[in-house]
Ligand binder design. Sequence first.
Ligand code: AMP
Ligand code: MN
Ligand code: MN
Ligand code: MN
Length: 300
Amino acid sequence: MNARQLPLPDTSALPDAIERASLVNADLHSHSTVSDGLLEPREVVTRAAAHGVELFSLTDHDEVSGQDAAADAAALLSLPFVPGVEISVTWASTTIHVVGLGIDPHHPPLQRALEQVRSGRAERAQRMADELAAAGIVDAYEGALRFVRNPDLISRTHFARYLVESGYCRDVRDVFKRYLVAGKPGYVPHQWAALSDAVGWIRAAGGVAVLAHPGRYRVGDLKLSELVREFKEAGGTALEVVTSNHSAQQIQQFAKMALAMELEASRGSDFHGPEEAENVELGAVPLLPAGLTPVWHRFL
Ligand code: AMP
Ligand code: MN
Ligand code: MN
Ligand code: MN
């Protein structure tokens, strides 16, 4: 048989698989009480299944201790589950979030690295409370702690809930306009992980790195391109094109950027809980625009 008679490889299977993957209701960004979410890991999983999510990842901030409970709950419901994490990073003086998907949550170097990232949170929280006290808001540390379920992970969200509960602010959105952000009372600059370290930890733990909610970073277009380029150079795989706080226009903007930069695309609600008005429901974000490679083709 000469080469001409060999059957051609069937390449049609690949694009079809990618297209089919795009239509899966994947929610690859969410939080539980292990970080700043309102539901326990297993409750988040149950809720995801109930809302039609077909592929799910719990991505708590700087913490993987909810992964086993989430995986067990997902297995009971036959909901395909992707172990995840959302790592806090400081890049060019800006806080950036990098989601890791498909990690081994038991990987010791990843666990040690995350412990290190979390370690400054208690002291930072104390300083935030001092700043708030100077602005006339007393007992904020104790107030925030009442909302904390994981003592290793006190976050601005817990302060925000206290400020709402005690009537200083209307809702969490109002808090992040008037407090806890640069230039406002209660803001304490913090040094998180380096971008290349965070991407490296995720990859070493067998995962892929996703640049979370790129539309949220208050840097100019030029800086944003620089960030995406550095993220890719560090070994990053995907941009979170669809997330609850992206407008339709931002979804198009980041779809274009993913294509131009040859990055895959992710989709996630960034769900924190059912009771906070600004939170969208699990699985209830737009589908990825056509033509992108969904990062979750790797997990199907
Ligand atoms: P931290 O890791 O302590 O700096 O807290 C960051 C968390 O605060 C984010 O993961 C969000 O849950 C919440 N957050 C930050 N900015 C906003 C915002 N503008 N609106 C609502 N929540 C926000
Ligand atoms: Mn959060
Ligand atoms: Mn985030
Ligand atoms: Mn998040």
